[in-house]
Structure formats: structure tokens, C-alpha cells
Design a protein around this ligand. Structure first.
Ligand code: G3P
Ligand code: CA
Length: 290
């Protein structure tokens, strides 16, 4: 049985009368340091979701990076956070009559013309919105590992299958990769469930903070519950760890977006498995000093 635990008990940690399965023996707060995941790359130091941002993370010594995948008008997968190109590119200058400049309304060739670096700093002028293929090539070259977010999947029917296809083409769905260096996550439970049904071997994460009572349902298709750091408590993290995910291991939690030493110390103390951060150097320093 997924999400199983031995016997029902009430946990005082939750501060509410929630009946929970007894924690698994291995679900105690971990003494291991959490993984540090560079959010959109090292996005405090380089333009988010660009090759420069993951290169920057690599140079700082960070293996894990996070990104966001969406789809162009002509069906190409690209790495960008917003559903509009306006904030992180010069699209308003290049295509002034194309408001509201949605990713889904531009071809890959049009997007390839855009400058995705100058908004951040003149130093990054000429950085591009990478295709997922380009991005995976670079992550591979850097020997990095990836938390890939399917962003706004409701806008892109079929994006789960297409994403998996690209990952497969780029050599990211072999047994070793699936086991060690890939998580696919989304705020959409339907999207995460779809990924799990298409490739049950791939590790998945649900972005959000479902109630404890809902966790068993999520544990059928998600290995991780990845919550905002502002929404979690020690009791919630313990509750997550008390359930088994679809691969028979305790559910994990990668929390986001943690950019200060104080917040790092707090979430590390809660026992989270990963810290997703725009400032991986700040988080690493705080963890080393704690
Ligand atoms: O990985 C967690 C985080 O990326 C979710 O929020 O909006 O930055 O994609 P967002
Ligand atoms: Ca994201």
C-alpha cells in the first residue's frame, strides 16, 4: 500500500487533531544537511533560466539546478518562468505590436531573437531563452542534476509527454539518470500524475502544501511535496516523511525559495531534504556554519 504506515496515532506536532499514521522508523528528522538547489540557476547572480545561470551555479560548485519549461507556438519546449516574455526579455522592443507577449504566441525562431540577459545586467546582453534541448545539453556538460518544473501545463496540453520525449532524446531517462539526477515537479497535480503514469520510474514532486489528510493521495504519484518555506512547520515536515511515495521510500520535501541565512537555519532544523534558493552560496554558508 502506498503512503502506508503502521498504526494510526495523533500527532501533537501538527497542533491540530489530525489522525495520522505512525511515523515510519526512518522518518525521524534527518541529521543530514539538505541538498541545495539553485533556483532558475544561480538566479541572484545571472539571468534566471538561462545557460549563464546554470553555468554560474556550476562555477559556484552547485550540482542541482531548477528550471521552468513551457511551449512555443510551434511546439518547441523552452526554459522560461513567466507565461509572458515581457519581464525577462526585450520582446516589447523587438515585437512592439504583439502584446501581451505570451510564450505560447511566439515561435521558437522569434524567441531565439530575444535578449534574455540585458534586463538583468548589461554583462549578460545577448543571453537567450534556451530551448529545453539546449538546456539539457548544458546541464549534462556541467555534470549537473535537475529539478524540472512543468510550468502552466494547463496552457500546453501534452507537454508532459513532450518533455519526457526531449529528456529521453537527451539521454536523461536511462536508469542511472532517473535514479540520481532528475525530479520533475509541477504546481498541477494532474501534470505530476500524468508524468508518473507515463514514466513511473521518474521521480516527481508536487509543488504546494496539501493538508496532511491529503498526503496519502499525493503519495501515490509524487515522491516529493515541495512547499513554500513560509508554509511549513516541523510537524508538517515530519508528516511528509511519515508517508511512502510511489517508489517505496519516505516522501521528501524540497522547500522554496529560501534566500537568507536565518531561513536556511530554520528549514534545515525542520528536517527538509532540499532547499531551493536564488542564492545557493548564502544557503551553503549558512548550512556550513550551523
Ligand atoms: O521550485 C520551486 C519554485 O520554482 C516554485 O515557484 O514560481 O519560482 O516557479 P516558481
Ligand atoms: Ca520553478
Amino acid at each position: 500500500m502506498h503512503a502506508r504506515a503502521a498504526a494510526a496515532t495523533t500527532t501533537a506536532l501538527l497542533g491540530a487533531a489530525v489522525v495520522l499514521p505512525a511515523p515510519l522508523a526512518h522518518a525521524a528528522v534527518s541529521t543530514d544537511q539538505p541538498l541545495v538547489i539553485a533556483h532558475r540557476g544561480a538566479s541572484a547572480q545571472a539571468p534566471e533560466n538561462t545557460l549563464a545561470a546554470i553555468d554560474r551555479a556550476a562555477r559556484l560548485g552547485f550540482t542541482w539546478v531548477e528550471n521552468d519549461v513551457q511551449r512555443t507556438k510551434d511546439g518547441k519546449l523552452v526554459v522560461i518562468h513567466d507565461d509572458s516574455l515581457a519581464r525577462t526579455t526585450d520582446v516589447e522592443q523587438v515585437f512592439p505590436k504583439r502584446a501581451p507577449w505570451k510564450v505560447k504566441d511566439f515561435t521558437a525562431a522569434e524567441i531565439a531573437r530575444l535578449d534574455a540577459g540585458s534586463w538583468f545586467s548589461a554583462r549578460y546582453k545577448g543571453a537567450r531563452v534556451p530551448t529545453l534541448k539546449q538546456y539539457m545539453n548544458r546541464v549534462s556538460r556541467n555534470h549537473q542534476k535537475l529539478v524540472l518544473e512543468i510550468k502552466n501545463p494547463q496552457l500546453y496540453p501534452g507537454i508532459e509527454r513532450e518533455t519526457l520525449k526531449t529528456l529521453s532524446n537527451e539521454g536523461w531517462l536511462g536508469p542511472a539518470s532517473v535514479r540520481r539526477k532528475l525530479v520533475i515537479q509541477s504546481f498541477s497535480a494532474d501534470s505530476v500524475r500524468k508524468v508518473h503514469s507515463l514514466r513511473p520510474d521518474v521521480k516527481t514532486g508536487f509543488l504546494g502544501t496539501p493538508s496532511v489528510a491529503e498526503l496519502p493521495a499525493y503519495a501515490r504519484f509524487a515522491d516529493q511535496i515541495n512547499s513554500s518555506h513560509t508554509t511549513i512547520s516541523r510537524g508538517y515536515v515530519a508528516a511528509i516523511h511519515a508517508f511512502e511515495g510511489p517508489h517505496g521510500k519516505p516522501l521528501e520535501i524540497f522547500t522554496w525559495t529560501v534566500d537568507t541565512a536565518a531561513d536556511t537555519r530554520r528549514v534545515a532544523g525542520l528536517g527538509v531534504n532540499g532547499v531551493i534558493t536564488n542564492k545557493p552560496d548564502v544557503v551553503r554558508k549558512a548550512l556550513r556554519e550551523s
